[in-house]
Design a protein around this ligand. Structure first.
Ligand code: DC
Length: 218
């Protein structure tokens, strides 16, 4: 019996992290936040002052990085021994992550690191290509989205709650730029798997989305 996987793909700010964490907790399954792996590469690249067009250096850094995930109630991530959790959520980190994620060589290096999260009793995997590339054989697939406006508002609230300075106009244009990059890149672009359940959460409460996802598994 293959280890069950639920993939939740979708654009930035669609609520994938919140929903995936809640569903994983309800099911007692493991959780993979694949975006945080791309974000870790972004931080490693920034720490080493590597230019974003230097593909070879970026691939080397991605290959060499030692990542430790502590997926308790709060995600804690260590990169080569240092706690990088507070840097992970920054908009600038997400922007650089989206740039390095467009390189097929970087994606190839990260593929196995992500597949290694598939452990019993099951896995909830959130990202852009979980159902299309990383776990194409997943039994359960969801494509979670929301309007760009709703996503920008949610992101804004999240940042303000974390006491990170934020500007709604800048966030909207960053989200639109990130959508374009993630959807238009050649390798593993964000697209809905043919066998995924489509959920537009623009006018839904978190609990409703969680219920709909759990219904798919029940
Ligand atoms: O989900 P996130 O915002 O943490 O992801 C940050 C960036 O990483 C996103 O803009 C594109 C990239 N990413 C990706 O290309 N594939 C994934 N499975 C997850 C994230």
């Amino acid at each position: 019996m293959p280890i069950p996987v639920l993939t939740i793909d979708g654009p930035s700010g669609a609520g994938k992290g919140t929903i995936s964490r809640l569903v994983a907790r309800k099911l007692g399954w493991n959780y993979l936040d694949s975006g945080s792996i791309y974000r870790s590469v972004a931080i490693a690249v920034q720490n080493a002052s590597i230019e974003l067009n230097d593909i070879n250096a970026i691939v080397d850094v991605a290959q060499a990085m030692a990542l430790e995930f502590n997926c308790g109630d709060e995600l804690i991530v260590r990169l080569n021994g240092s706690d990088i959790t507070s840097q992970l959520g920054l908009e600038s980190t997400g922007g650089v992550a989206s740039v390095v994620a467009a390189y097929s060589e970087v994606r190839a290096v990260l593929l196995k690191k992500q597949q290694d999260f598939r452990r019993l009793p099951g896995l909830v995997a959130d990202g852009r290509d979980m159902g299309t590339v990383v776990f194409p054989d997943a039994e359960f697939k969801v494509y979670l989205t929301a309007s760009a406006e709703t996503r920008a508002e949610r992101r804004y609230k999240q940042l303000i709650e974390k006491e990170i300075d934020a500007n709604i106009v800048e966030i909207t244009s960053e989200i639109e730029a990130r959508d374009r990059r993630d959807m238009e890149r050649e390798t593993a672009p964000l697209t809905m798997a043919v066998d995924a359940l489509y959920i537009d959460s623009s006018n839904m409460k978190i609990e409703q989305v969680v219920e709909e996802v759990l219904n798919l598994i029940r």
